[in-house]
Each structure stands twice: as C-alpha cells, then as structure tokens.
Design a protein around this ligand. Sequence first.
Ligand SMILES: NC(=O)c1ccc[n+]([C@@H]2O[C@H](COP(=O)([O-])OP(=O)(O)OC[C@H]3O[C@@H](n4cnc5c(N)ncnc54)[C@H](O)[C@@H]3O)[C@@H](O)[C@H]2O)c1
Length: 422
Amino acid sequence: MKVSVIGIGGVGYAMTNILAAAGFNAIGVDINPKALESPSADASVIRFIKRYKSKITENLILTTDYSQITGSEFVIVVVNTDFDEKQQQLTTHILEKALKMLGEHGQTTVIVMSTLPYGASSRLKAICDASGLDYCYSPIMVNQGNYVDSFFKAPFLILGANDEVGQKVMMFYAQLFQIFRETFPPTYIVSALTAELTKLIANAFLSTKLSYANYVGGLCEKVNQIEGQPVDANLILHIIGNDPRIGSRFLKAGFAFGGGCLPRDLKSLITSCQQIGSHPELLSAVDHVNAERTRVPIKVLEKYLDQPRAITVLGTAYKAGIDDERGSKSVELIEFLKELGHSVSSYDPNVPRTKSLPDILKSAELVIVTTDEQEFTEIGKMLGKKCQVVCDFTITPIVDSNLIPSHVNLFTAGVGWQRPEK
Ligand SMILES: NC(=O)c1ccc[n+]([C@@H]2O[C@H](COP(=O)([O-])OP(=O)(O)OC[C@H]3O[C@@H](n4cnc5c(N)ncnc54)[C@H](O)[C@@H]3O)[C@@H](O)[C@H]2O)c1
C-alpha cells in the first residue's frame, strides 16, 4: 500500500519513517528541499531509524515532487500551523495550500494531523470535496523528544470524519499498530468539529495543570519569604498527585511552559471562546499565570538588577533533551533581560554554541537555569568569584546545591531562597 506524508517537519519525518518501517510504500513530500536534506529527527526517531534501517531504506522516498503521491491510498497532511499574533489565532493558510496542491494528484483519503483552530474543518473539507478527496481530521497527540513512542502509546485516537471515512482510517491505523504489535488505543470516530475541540481542550487541560503547578510554586516561594521556613511546592504536588483524581504527571512547579503547541493552542481556544460568546476566564488565567511565570526570575533577582549584570541563562530549548527553541520562554526571558540593559549569554547542550559550559559560566554574575539537563547538575563547580546567585527554575530541581560555593545564593523554584540570603 502506498501512503504519503505532506510536510516533513519533526512530526512528518517521524510518521514517514514509521510508515516505511511498517512496509508501506512511504512517500514524504515537502516544499522545502532543506527539510528533506537534513530532516529534523528527535532521539526516538534516530533510535527507530537505526532499528528498522533496511526496511526504511527500501520503502522511503523523500521528495519535493507532489506528483509522487499519485496512487496513495492515504495522504497524511502534517504541515505547520501558523499563529496570527494580531488575531491571536491559529491559521490554516499553509494547510489550505497543501490540500489544493495534493488535490491535483488524484483522489485519496486525506488525514489531517496538523493542529486546527476551532471551526477550520468545514473550510478544509470544502477544499477536499472540490477535488474529490475524502477528509478526516485526526489531530496528532505526540511529544517532541519522544515522537515515536508517544505515537504508539497514544491514550486515544480521534478521527473527525463521516462514518465511512472514519472506519477506513481506523482500519489503516489498526493495521499500523498491529504491524508493530502495539496495543490499539481507544479510538473515536466523531465529527471533525468534535475532533477540533477535543485536541484544543486536551491541550488546554495540560496547560491548566502546568500553570496550576507553577502557581503553587509561586505561592510556596512567597510563603517561604514570609515565614522564613521552606515549604516545598514539589513535595506538596507530589503528595496530592497520589490522588488518582489529580494524578502526578504534568504537576511540578518550575519555569513557564513554552513550545510550538501548548501556548498557541491555549490562545487559539481563548480567542474562539471570545468569538462565540463563551467565557474564557479560566483559560485566560492559565495564560496569565504562564506569562507571569516567564518574568518571575526578574522579580526574584530584582535587587541584583539595579546595575548592568553579566547573566547566563542555561537551557534555551523549550524543554530538556531537544534543540527546538520555537516558543521557548527562556528565549523570551533573555530578551526581557537584554531590554533591561543586561549582558546575557546562554547555553543549551542541544543547541550549537561556540563556548563550553565552564567557559560561559566563568564570568557570570547571575545564573538562571530553566531546563533539566543533566549537564547542569554540577554547575556549582564551574562558577567564578563574581557569581552572586543561581536561580534553579527546573522542576527536578537539577542543580546540586551541595556544590554551590558558600558565596553564592541559591533560589529554587517552588521553594525560594535555599540559604539565608547574603
Ligand atoms: N511538534 C510537535 O511536537 C507537535 C505535536 C502535536 C501536533 N503538532 C502539529 O503538527 C503539525 C506539524 O508540526 P511540526 O512541528 O512537524 O512542524 P514543522 O514546522 O517542523 O514542519 C512542517 C513542515 O511542513 C512543510 N510544509 C509547509 N507547507 C507545505 C506544503 N504546501 N507542502 C509540503 N510541505 C509543506 C514545511 O516546509 C515544514 O518542513 C503542526 O500543526 C503542529 O501544531 C506538532
């Protein structure tokens, strides 16, 4: 069976490799030749390619030529979804263009995996109808850094399509899961509108959990400041996470959440709620807490920022273990600090840099750690004499406090100042 994928970004490349390894004739199409020359592969994709190398070599074609999709039984569309800052809404013009292009190459069933804003499917289905394409919106729920495993361990699949198309797509997914002997998750054939809302509501819930944990973090940091005795937000969150109604995942206090999905999907749902007259207050509060949390290091360091400082931010990707800085809140923080007149250097082990970690820390006066990279555990050994503060905003926390020299103050997310401040 021939199956094509349109859009060879992180998700599309993972999907194309999975299809090829499954033994399908897999065609990956991208309009950007660079995306095909050096495709973006996370650690799980690299492992997967190694494991299924011969099958993938045999079955995978990556091309800029749309005509190669002719004869595909299914075409997965997973191009990027843009975000219109002015309208505060996800846009679908990239997707619409892709659907029009693929409509010129024969009839097929289109599975749209790209994230859509509320109400977009009616427009997209009309484009497909005009070219005789069957339409299914099946938003993908994967985690960057772990695309392959999170695809196969998806808690559910949603197929937004009419019953006939939905059944066809379900059989295809079931076949794919069976080939890899993976358990087929609960699968729901629903209207495309229900699928749109399901994806946005699921992501908004995860954002709510993250902001709640960060809010608790801020509360405990304040309690520590007032009471002078540490209360640890992450201990409290760990305890309450034992309650299955609450659950422990995504419930740790740290830095603001970022990335290409959660913050934008949340804003998109807020805008749609406003447009249809449904009150978005709860979601707006989640967004507000996240914006505030981005600036918390500046508030914590307030008294040190009265003069230009040499600040080092550790972790520039939006989470540990990946090189993607899109929507990264630490990048936003760096910009704020620069606007305030400070000299800011940064380091992330996954992002190419010219200086090593010890080199970059040597001259730092203030250090802010935002991602849980193992390499940051021992930074205490690398700090110079000029260093005054380390702020550990990671959820672990990752910095080994025993290695922090006595002249350096340490602030930990969810706790506050670790020693009486000097
Ligand atoms: N990255 C994630 O973790 C994740 C998770 C869930 C959902 N999503 C959603 O999946 C979609 C893709 O995400 P991504 O991170 O892989 O995007 P990406 O930006 O990494 O890649 C998108 C690719 O689509 C290509 N493209 C654009 N227009 C095209 C066209 N007309 N024809 C062919 N190719 C075209 C681009 O050149 C690019 O290589 C988005 O809607 C995103 O919101 C992503």
